[in-house]
Design a binder for this molecule. Structure first.
Ligand SMILES: C[C@H](CCC[C@@H](C)[C@H]1CC[C@H]2[C@@H]3[C@H](O)C[C@@H]4C[C@H](O)CC[C@]4(C)[C@H]3C[C@H](O)[C@]12C)C(=O)SCCNC(=O)CCNC(=O)[C@H](O)C(C)(C)COP(=O)(O)OP(=O)(O)OC[C@H]1O[C@@H](n2cnc3c(N)ncnc32)[C@H](O)[C@@H]1OP(=O)(O)O
Length: 382
């Protein structure tokens, strides 16, 4: 796999850094998640392919252990607010001194500088600060955050993983590591560059929810079908819009022009009425195989059985039998290889990992009896 041989130390965090660690693990990196001790359950729901070491970083011995792990690793992923690692004596200055090739990825909401740097926050706060949240939501409604996807994951974990790969590539030339200051405000803003860069062509001149791609256009929205399900319509170009009108059984001559903004509410009413006359499956029979850009809105459990997704094997069932997306993108020669094992128990791999990194069994025993580490076994949890 593309990241085979890359060693990553992931400090346990809430959602963005776990996603970054999962991406790196999916594509072949050896990811060791460093968990707190005395914690019942991991918060990490994106733990596949990782190993867990339970380590108390509030002890000098624990700090020494982490330093030894980082000296032999390529990447450290840090999920804490500004200053926490420095307080522990584990800041970039210390760790890069001992391992100049280390890539020190710091994924925060607001970054390592700026007046908000030490403030707590979550996806919705970062999305708000990026400017993008002001653009999201239906007409005459308040701004709406699409789950915690844009800041936490698109602009957070994924962008950070991109930064790690960039730094790994650069290190092949320079031999040197560096610090990645990944912030979710900037990441969310960056992944939405299209919105910023298309303002000048008038794409967003109308109020929120009344533009082409923000649920304002009748040909770019969702519609309920007779069985209470939904279809998604994305017929933007005129040649696709023509096929939409045909599939709906409407007479284009009797409709207002597609791009007549002021007629969009009326057109939306007509489409709503039409889509309510058939079930989702019946509309799929009408539109599958056409370029009308109409697709079923599939539930998270339906996606795995849709023929297209099945043909590509885009989803799999994990160890718990839950539907799970496969890694993306698909590399032809070195594709990702999803770990289907169950998620690690906190501290499950403390001993094997420490010994793999050169700790003598007696050292591990001493750290264990001093409460610096925890070694838990899956059997003990059953
Ligand atoms: C929208 C998302 C958030 C979604 C979160 C949900 C996924 C989860 C929220 C609640 C969870 C459920 C709940 O817990 C109940 C169940 C529990 C069960 O165990 C599992 C199932 C649950 C249902 C569980 C399920 C889910 O997990 C939940 C629903 C986001 O937006 S996430 C993005 C958040 N923001 C960032 O990541 C930006 C950067 N980080 C920060 O700003 C801060 O970390 C943050 C997030 C504000 C938290 O601040 P906090 O004060 O808590 O921490 P920090 O200031 O960062 O300091 C960390 C301290 O911890 C010490 N430390 C770290 N590692 C160790 C260690 N190994 N040993 C010892 N100590 C350690 C570190 O030294 C710091 O100590 P100090 O504070 O003294 O300096």
């Amino acid at each position: 796999m593309a990241l085979a041989g890359v060693r990553v130390i992931e400090l346990a965090g809430l959602a963005p850094v776990p996603f970054c660690g999962m991406i790196l693990a999916d594509f072949g990196a050896k990811v060791i998640r460093v968990d707190r001790t005395k914690v019942a359950m991991a918060l990490d729901t994106q733990a596949r392919g990782k190993r867990s070491v339970a380590l108390n970083l509030k002890s000098p011995e624990g700090v020494a252990v982490l330093k030894r792990l980082c000296v032999q690793s390529d990447v450290i992923l840090e999920p804490f607010r500004k200053g926490v690692m420095e307080k522990l004596g584990l800041g970039p200055e210390e760790l890069l001194k001992e391992n100049p090739g280390l890539i020190y990825a710091r994924l925060t909401g607001y970054g390592q500088s700026g007046s908000y740097a030490k403030a707590a926050g979550h996806d919705i706060n970062y999305l708000a600060m990026s400017g993008l949240l002001s653009m999201l939501g239906r007409s005459h409604d308040k701004p709406y955050a699409p789950l915690n996807l844009v800041a936490d994951f698109a602009g957070g974990g994924l962008t950070c993983a991109f930064g790690v790969v960039l730094a790994l590539l650069e290190r092949t030339r320079s031999g040197r590591g560096q610090v990645i200051d990944a912030t979710m405000v900037e990441g969310a803003a960056y992944v939405s560059s299209f919105v910023w860069k298309s303002r000048r062509i008038g794409m967003w001149n109308n109020p929120r929810g009344e533009n082409l791609l923000d649920s304002g256009a009748p040909f770019y929205d969702t519609y309920q079908t007779s069985d209470g399900k939904y279809v998604a319509v994305g017929a933007i170009e005129p040649q696709f819009y023509t096929q939409l009108i045909h599939g709906l059984g409407l007479d284009a001559a009797k409709l207002p022009p597609q791009m007549s903004f002021t007629d969009w509410p009326e057109l939306k009413k007509i489409f709503t009425k039409q889509f309510a006359t058939k079930s989702q499956e019946e509309w799929a029979c009408v539109f599958d195989g056409t370029d009308a850009c109409v697709t079923p809105v599939l539930s998270m459990d339906e996606v795995i059985s849709h023929p297209h997704n099945q043909e590509r094997a885009s989803f799999h069932r994990d160890a718990e039998g839950e539907v799970t997306p496969n890694p993306a993108p698909v590399l032809s020669r070195t594709p990702a290889n999803v770990c289907l094992d169950r998620d690690p128990i906190i501290g499950e791999h403390t001993r094997p990992v420490l010994e793999e990194f050169g700790f003598k069994p007696t050292e591990v025993d001493q750290l264990l009896s001093a409460g610096v580490i925890e070694c838990n076994s899956a059997r003990a949890r059953l």
